[in-house]
Design a protein around this ligand. Structure first.
Ligand SMILES: [Zn+2]
Length: 296
């Protein structure tokens, strides 16, 4: 019988509880602390979940990502002088818009490279629970998982901030809808492969995107909209956790007063867990020991 990991970006403990989402809360649930990792940046948090150690100590910090962004963004002629300048001044140079006009800096190149830019280095990836499971002979299905192999959803992250500033609501909905469709499609793909793999790593950014979008209009209308996305994700979850051992985990929640990520995540399981996860670093072990205990 397969073991399922459902990564639900931004799933907020207090909302899941307040709205009585039993499908998400499952048999055992709680908060886990992510405050040690600042800033609360999505790919770094998911990396911590997968590797069980602090990714920033293994070449995957916001500065590493920033440096890689610069490498992609600048024309090769300028790349190294820029990095050197950055090292000396230790801050942003403010030259970007000028260089962009001259064609020496390009956001498009960053956009094209984002999935490589926001992926953990090989050495760290080898520590991930996914690689450990593979080395132990398990067949692992992993699709569009941040810091590991996301292509579509890494591009989604680039647009999330812009999405909160988009003035026309219709455009906001349109862009969420694109990623809602991916969420449904990849879930379907997982369902079709249940007989062929031992462990599944599924991921959706839908809730996080919706939280960013509705956070500044969190009146009855905004709440109702967000509630619908929560319900829809819950309905997906129920299709799988009614049959298979399932871990639900989020990388952070959402603080609707500060309009940003909260420094705790959510977890729940539908079986008796070998131990209770307390921090973001506990999930690698939780997955490994669960797979063993459940005889996957
Ligand atoms: Zn996130």
């Amino acid at each position: 019988m397969p073991y399922i990991v459902l990564g639900i970006d931004g799933l907020e403990y207090n909302l899941a509880k307040k709205w009585g989402m039993k499908g998400l809360l499952q048999k055992y649930y709680g908060k886990h602390d992510v405050s040690v990792i600042k800033p609360l940046y999505t790919p770094i948090l998911w990396s911590a979940i997968l590797v069980g150690v602090d990714p920033r100590e293994h070449g995957f910090s916001i500065h590493d990502i920033d440096r890689k962004r610069a490498v992609y963004g600048y024309h090769p002629v300028l790349r190294y002088s820029y990095l050197l300048l950055r090292k000396i001044t230790k801050r942003k140079t403010g030259l970007r818009s000028l260089l962009a006009k001259l064609g020496l800096f390009s956001y498009d190149r960053i956009k094209k490279g984002v999935s490589d830019i926001e992926r953990m280095p090989t050495e760290l990836r080898n520590l991930s629970v996914i690689e450990v499971l593979k080395s132990r002979g398990y067949k692992v299905w992993v699709k569009e998982f941040p810091s590991y192999n996301d292509e579509v959803f890494s591009r989604a992250r680039l647009t999330t901030i812009g999405l909160t500033k988009e003035k026309i609501w219709k455009n906001r909905f349109k862009r969420i809808e694109v990623y809602r469709q991916y969420t449904l499609r990849f879930f379907q793909e997982m369902m079709e492969n249940l007989d062929s793999y031992d462990v599944f790593f599924y991921y959706t950014p839908l809730i996080d995107m919706a939280e960013h979008v509705f956070s500044r209009s969190f009146d009855l209308w905004g709440k109702t909209r967000l509630y619908r996305y929560y319900r829809e994700v819950e309905q997906l979850v129920v299709k799988i956790n009614s049959k298979y051992p399932t871990l639900i985990v989020s990388d952070h929640g959402f603080d609707f007063k500060k309009h940003t990520h909260s420094d705790y995540g959510f977890w729940s399981v539908n079986y008796t867990p070998p131990f209770t996860p307390k921090t973001i670093f506990d999930f690698k072990n939780l997955i490994l020991s669960s797979v063993e205990a459940l005889n996957v």
